[in-house]
Design a protein around this ligand. Sequence first.
Ligand code: GLU
Length: 298
Amino acid sequence: MKRTRLIRLLTALALVLGALVVTGCGDDDEEAEDGAQPAGEARQFPADSTLGKIQRRGEITIGVKYDVPPFGFKNPQTGEVEGFDVDMGRYIAEGLGVEPKFIEAISDNRIPFLEKGTVDLILSTMTINAERDQEIDFSEPYYIARGRILVPKGSDIKGLQDLNGKSVCTALGSTYEETIRERAPDADLKLVDTYSECLELLQNEAIDAISTDDVILTGMIIQDDSLTMVGKPLTIEPYGVGIKQGEKQVQRFVNSVLKQAEEDGRWESTYHKWVGRHLGKREQPPTMTLQQALELGA
Ligand code: GLU
């Protein structure tokens, strides 16, 4: 109890100090042009710019997952969308002084949604990689997930080496389509639209395993503790905010909001709220750069 109070106190202190630091050094920052303002003072962007148009609309549309607690989840009790990605989206909306409008973006429609203008941003457990970077732009990494395998406790699958000949579920349009095809070529890959479908199939014993990011699998274990993760991490999956290609002003602004949330303690408290408290783990914001993330798979 005492320790929790101390952590809360330290987080509050970090928030105050972070706000002071940000207020003190905002203007001569090279990102000041499109940067976020201190909390409560949204900077106005030129009316004909993308961010200016969003401000005039009073609303920013953000694609998130609806079935991936603790990152993007539509709570059936409240009807609200919640999670780490959702909170990061709220901070971006706050920085612009507009309301966030969340819509569901499954793995396979994230890029088309940005290209067609269905959404302004994607915050949907989306891994930054060079292939996707050909079609859209990304923010700096805001979270680093790792690829894992989920099975029922007691399964004879102990890792990647045991997947051949077994049925493995993952989402269409996710990075795991390629990971499983390449690294367990004899596995029977079951591709579905959403991760909740994978979970249902595993619970009904219609498949043997699920492979995707550790945080998504953690969300499944929170719902069903008869499941467990096995084997070593398969991949490193740096999450980035998806931005329509060429929108440099939006990219700079999103990066400035993420940086501010990392510096003022909001990143850490948000991580703790959605992930850390389930795992009994504290985590620092990622230090990997966008360039490093893009070079990972090269
Ligand atoms: N992070 C991976 C990806 O972007 C898997 C999670 C997901 O499908 O959202 O493909």
